[in-house]
Design a protein around this ligand. Structure first.
Ligand code: NAP
Length: 303
């Protein structure tokens, strides 16, 4: 049985791992994909303090992982299916095994919101992508589209201009949600064009994406855009399905905690993007992780 099991190896989980392992608590981090979460697939993180020139998300994630390992944190690749409190311990069930832990930190983050339109599922991986950093290079000299008006969409639109011949940004309103500095860069970039008050209606193609039907939300008019790639960046949905009923969630599914990251269930903490909070950034995720680990340590002492 571990002292602390952390579910999710994004910045929040890795930071919790560093703090817990350094405090000499036996620490296990369970991750279903790769370490770093959303940060790992971010080309360059410019607002994480201490990196004047920015830092590649993958590099930051790898450094956080090796820092946690250096202090003795263990890693396990697997997908958690349920968590249950039994007396003073937690039973964590994965597909092929069951783990026991005295305290648990939930740091599963969030996954990309889907458009929910015809053709999206069918063409995922064949022209529909949720990660410009991962797939952008496949579209050298080809026209692409990006959906969304937040920081992710605009940052990814700018990234895509390195490869694509043109980048159309489709946004449902007539102004962007993204921060001013990103907006200014995008408006100045000649490869980026904006389709305002517009939503995707359907994605069409043969083997791969060839065309996207756009609907103007003000007039209802439909137009066709010939693109080879469509990148979706319309926000995130928290990965909280297996803790429903165990912890309190807000109306969007984010876990409600107090300022000590406590979920209300003794010994069960939550950290990072999975939590109801005002700012979801790497800098706030790592802060959450540190607090959760220290508070979990205090909980263990109280047992
Ligand atoms: P976000 O801020 O929630 O923006 C989502 C965008 O998608 C919004 O423009 C929204 O439109 C649009 N949208 C939502 N649902 C839609 C739908 N069903 N159909 C069409 N459009 C839809 O998400 P995000 O850009 O991924 O950012 C998430 C968090 O990470 C934010 O806090 C952001 O600041 C942060 N982030 C920061 C950086 C950075 O600091 N460099 C980079 C990336 C992300 P409306 O505007 O009309 O709501």
């Amino acid at each position: 049985m571990h002292d602390i099991t952390i579910i999710g190896a994004g910045p929040a989980g890795l930071s919790a791992g560093i703090y817990a392992a350094r405090a000499k608590l036996s620490t296990l981090i369970v991750e279903r994909m790769y370490p770093g979460g959303q940060a790992a697939i971010t080309d360059r993180i410019e607002n994480y303090p201490g990196f004047n020139e920015g830092v590649a998300g993958a590099e930051l994630a790898e450094n956080m992982k090796s820092q946690a390992e250096k202090f003795g944190a263990e890693f396990l690749n697997g997908e958690v299916e349920s968590i249950e409190r039994q007396g003073e311990k937690f039973i964590i069930k994965l597909k092929s095994e069951s783990l026991e832990s005295k305290a648990v930190i939930l740091a599963m983050g969030a996954e990309s919101r889907k458009l929910g339109v015809k053709g999206e599922k069918e063409y995922t991986g064949r022209g529909v992508s949720y990660c410009a950093t991962c797939d952008g290079a496949f579209y050298a000299n080809k026209p692409v589209m990006i959906v969304g008006g937040g920081d992710s969409a605009i940052e990814e639109a700018l990234y895509l201009t390195r490869f694509a011949s043109s980048v159309q940004v489709v946004h449902r309103r007539d102004r962007l949600r993204a921060t001013k500095i990103l907006q200014e860069r995008a408006f100045k970039n000649k490869k980026i064009k904006f389709l305002w008050n517009s939503m995707v209606d359907e994605i069409l193609g043969k083997d791969t994406v060839e065309e996207v039907i756009i609907r103007n939300v003000m007039t209802g008019e439909k137009t066709s855009a010939l693109v080879n790639g469509i990148f979706v960046a319309i926000g995130w949905v928290p990965n909280t399905s297996f803790v429903k009923g165990l912890v309190k969630l807000d109306e969007q599914g984010y876990i409600i905690t107090d300022e000590t990251m406590n979920t209300g269930v003794p010994g069960l903490f939550a950290a990072g993007d999975i939590r109801k909070k005002p700012l979801r950034q790497v800098v706030t995720a790592v802060a959450d992780g540190a607090i959760a680990a220290v508070e979990a340590g205090k909980y263990l002492e109280s047992l």
